[in-house]
Design a protein around this ligand. Structure first.
Ligand SMILES: [Zn+2]
Length: 247
C-alpha cells in the first residue's frame, strides 16, 4: 500500500493504531500520498497527519449525488472545480447566486445523461476563489468548507455561522471546548457561550471580558461567557445550540 484514499478520520485511526503497536507510521506504513474527503478536514488535522507520515495529504470535495466537485492541487490553495460540473455559491434563503468570494451554500449541476442533477443544494457552506492558482490552472476554486447550512443561526437578526465562532475561539489557546446556546427571554434573544478551559486560570474574569469583546467584534452580536467544568459540554454537542421555542 503506497496511497490512501478515504476519510481523514480513518487515516488518523490507522496512524493511532500503528502507534499503539509501537510502529513508526513514517516508515512502517510505506505511504507516499493520501487523498481524503467526505468529511471536514481542518488544517490542524492535516498538519498533524502530514507531520506523522511525512507525505502530502490533499482533499477533494464532492457528494454522493453529483460526484466529485473539486480537488486540491499541490498548492493546497482551495479546490479546483472540475470542468464537467457547474458549481454555484448561493444565498441560503433566496437561492440566488452570490458575488464571487462571498460565503454561501454550494449548489451543483452536473451534465450526466444517466443521473442528471440540476442545482443540487449540498447543504455545505463555502466560497469561490477566482484568481489563477499558483499551480497555473485557471479554473475557479472552492475555498474551505465552512460548515453546514443547517447550523447557521440568526441572533438579533444577524446570521451566526459556526466557523465564525471557531475563528474567535482559535485566538484563545486556553480554551479546550466551547458551545454557544441561544435562548429567548421575554421576546429577546440571549446568547451564552459556555467555555471549558484546558486548566484553571487565575484571571478568568479577564479572559471572559476578552472573549466577550472579540465575539461582539467578529459576530456583531453581544454574548455572555460562562465557564463550565471539564467535560461539561457533551462530545457531540452542536457548536451552536438554538434552544429558542417559537410559539
Ligand atoms: Zn492549483
Amino acid at each position: 500500500m503506497t496511497g490512501y484514499l478515504g476519510t481523514p478520520s480513518f487515516l488518523m485511526s490507522i496512524i493511532e493504531a500503528a502507534e499503539g503497536m509501537r510502529l513508526e507510521p513514517k516508515k512502517d506504513l510505506h505511504l507516499g500520498a493520501a487523498f481524503v474527503g467526505a468529511e471536514m478536514f481542518p488544517e490542524s488535522l492535516r498538519q498533524k497527519m502530514e507531520g506523522k507520515l511525512d507525505i502530502p495529504i490533499r482533499q477533494a470535495y464532492g457528494t454522493v449525488d453529483v460526484g466529485c466537485l473539486g480537488y486540491e492541487c499541490p498548492e493546497k490553495k482551495g479546490m479546483h472545480i472540475s470542468e464537467d460540473v457547474m458549481v454555484e455559491i448561493v444565498d441560503t434563503e433566496t437561492g440566488r447566486q452570490l458575488e464571487t468570494g462571498a460565503t454561501g451554500e454550494i449548489v451543483a449541476t452536473n451534465f450526466s445523461k444517466v443521473f442528471p442533477m440540476i442545482r443540487f443544494a449540498t447543504g455545505d457552506l463555502s466560497y469561490l476563489i477566482e484568481e489563477t492558482c499558483p499551480c497555473g490552472r485557471t479554473s475557479m476554486r472552492l475555498g474551505r468548507i465552512l460548515g453546514r447550512t443547517d447550523q447557521v443561526t440568526k441572533v438579533w437578526g444577524i446570521f451566526i455561522h459556526p466557523w465564525q465562532v471557531d475563528d474567535v475561539m482559535a485566538k484563545f489557546p486556553e480554551v479546550a471546548n466551547y458551545q454557544i446556546v441561544v435562548t429567548r427571554k421575554e421576546y429577546r434573544d440571549q446568547m451564552i457561550m459556555y467555555i471549558e478551559l484546558k486548566e484553571a486560570l487565575t484571571d478568568q474574569i479577564g479572559l471572559k471580558r476578552k472573549v466577550e469583546r472579540e465575539i461582539e467584534e467578529v459576530l456583531k452580536v453581544k454574548g455572555q461567557v460562562e465557564f463550565v467544568q471539564r467535560g461539561g459540554i457533551p462530545d457531540r454537542a452542536k457548536k451552536i445550540d438554538d434552544r429558542r421555542i417559537w410559539e
